[in-house]
Design a binder for this molecule. Structure first.
Ligand code: NI
Length: 169
């Protein structure tokens, strides 16, 4: 197992659109284990392959307090949306920044499992929000893309200032 480096906003590689996984292989299963380890170590509740610079449609999620309920999504697709919710989101690729994002409250997801089988399930609340956030990553989209232009440019100014300061150390 290995910890993988996580790309940080505004790295342009985060805008890459991920490819479909044609066959789930041992190589993917190894990547999934490394992604899970990276997510747990961060710590975070979700990680998309895009964030570790692998541009295939793979996501790991674990919203359980005990961190023992790993959900793996491969080529996930949201086939039904219902309701609306708005909560504070953060992202391992935008460390230290949180803001409200509007999401569907309930979703139906069709995905492949780690063994390559198709699975369809319903999700709501935090899990539904997390799945929508991670699927956005696979499309090259970050939660900060939903912010107003003003908020996003303030965030970018802050990040640039932080980068300059850390470069001086
Ligand atoms: Ni994220």
């Amino acid at each position: 197992m290995a910890l993988l480096p996580i790309l940080e906003y505004p790295d342009p590689r985060l805008k890459t659109v991920a490819q479909l996984v044609e066959h789930v292989t041992d190589k993917h299963r190894q990547l999934i284990r490394d992604m899970a380890e990276t997510m747990y170590a961060a710590p975070g509740i979700g990680l998309a392959a895009t964030q570790v610079n692998v541009h295939e449609q793979i996501i790991v999620i674990d919203i359980s307090p005990e961190k023992n309920d790993l959900l793996v999504l491969i080529n996930p697709e949201i086939i039904a949306f219902d309701g609306e919710t708005s909560g504070e989101e953060g992202c391992l690729s935008v460390p230290g920044y949180f803001d409200k994002v509007k999401r569907a409250e309930r979703i139906t997801v069709r995905t492949l499992t780690e063994s390559g089988k198709t699975r369809t399930f319903d999700a709501e609340g935090l899990l539904a929000v997390c799945i929508q956030h991670e699927i956005d990553h696979l499309k090259g989209k970050l939660f900060v893309d939903y912010l107003s232009t003003l908020k996003r440019s303030r965030l970018l100014t802050k990040i640039k200032k932080q980068q300059k300061e850390s470069a001086r150390l």
